[in-house]
Design a protein around this ligand. Structure first.
Ligand code: BV8
Length: 237
């Protein structure tokens, strides 16, 4: 199996032990705020200030350093460095904990908290600090057209052609910290079942909606089960 490429899908569960809330757990985000209000274009059009405030609070938290990468993020960065083949993290997460941990081959299919996008010139740019309806686009200078570079429900995820190209040539697919509720990410494992040659492994706190589709499943806190799995994988290379 050595020298073959690996694709790793991550979700909010990998960042939970870093202090970032998941979405659908009992103490999750969607229990406190309405998806329609803050994670849809319609909600943004209805009340942009509310949506900016929602993401500004999350951006402040990751910029504060109070939510550092945990051993699961660090283990994936180690795998990228030591595995004799390509390792790509395809994350649903909008935080930058994979980057902070040292991973460099990362695709943020749902966008990034630390980027903004201009609805006028379509420029995408790094953004730190709060964003608001009075923010100016650093590319075209317009005020009021800057939005979070985040994929809301009903919007097209980023890098899909690249993601499917990587899935179609990988020999190992890991799914870490995701409940398998959101498509198209939740459909990746089903896409791979027809491929035969791919080993698929779910590493999560509890079975996801797609658990039965995986060849192997390992349950427990990511900061414990992911480093252990990566150690075994590297020992077997
Ligand atoms: C699209 C950005 C078309 C905002 C997000 C097919 C069927 C049904 C519906 C659809 C479908 N196709 C499309 C849809 C509609 C929709 C969808 O999937 N709806 C669902 C809810 C039914 N999808 C879309 O609209 C997508 N767009 O499909 O366009 C298209 C498709 C393909 C190609 C071209 C075009 C856009 C979806 C993106 C929406 N934006 N986020 C923000 O982040 O604020 S989604 C949001 O959910 C986050 O990105 C989050 O990451 C993602 C998934 O959630 P999870 O990460 O899994 O988090 P969750 O809380 O659910 O689970 C956490 C897990 O961790 C749990 O299992 C828990 O047990 C575990 N855990 C907890 N603690 C730990 C742990 N694990 C390990 N250790 C721990 N310590």
């Amino acid at each position: 199996m050595s020298g073959r490429s690996i694709v790793i899908l991550t979700g909010a569960g990998i960042s939970k032990e870093s202090g970032l809330d998941t979405f659908r757990d009992a103490d999750g985000v969607w229990g406190r705020v309405s998806v329609e209000d803050v994670a849809t274009l319609e909600g943004y059009r209805r009340d942009p200030a509310k949506v900016h405030a929602f993401y500004n609070a999350q951006r402040r938290l990751i910029e504060s350093g109070d939510a550092p990468p945990n051993p699961a993020h660090l283990a994936l960065a180690r795998l990228e460095k030591e595995w004799p083949g390509d390792v790509t993290v395809v994350t649903q997460n909008i935080d930058d904990l994979h980057e902070q941990a040292g991973s460099s081959h990362i695709l943020h299919m749902h966008g990034e908290l630390r980027k903004g996008r201009c609805e006028a010139c379509e420029g995408v740019f790094v953004w730190s600090g709060d964003m608001g309806t009075d923010s100016r686009c650093p590319a075209c200078g317009r005020v009021g057209s800057v939005r979070p570079h985040i994929v809301w429900f009903g919007e097209v995820p980023l890098d899909m052609p690249k993601i499917f190209e990587l899935l179609d040539r990988c020999s190992l697919f890991l799914s870490i910290g995701t409940s398998g509720n959101v498509y198209p990410a939740a459909g990746f494992v089903a896409h791979l079942r027809g491929k035969g040659v791919v080993r698929t492994v779910e590493l999560n706190l509890e079975p996801s909606r797609g658990a039965t589709l995986f060849h192997e499943t390992i349950y427990g806190p990511a900061s414990q089960i992911v480093p252990a799995f990566i150690d075994d994988l590297l020992a077997s290379r």
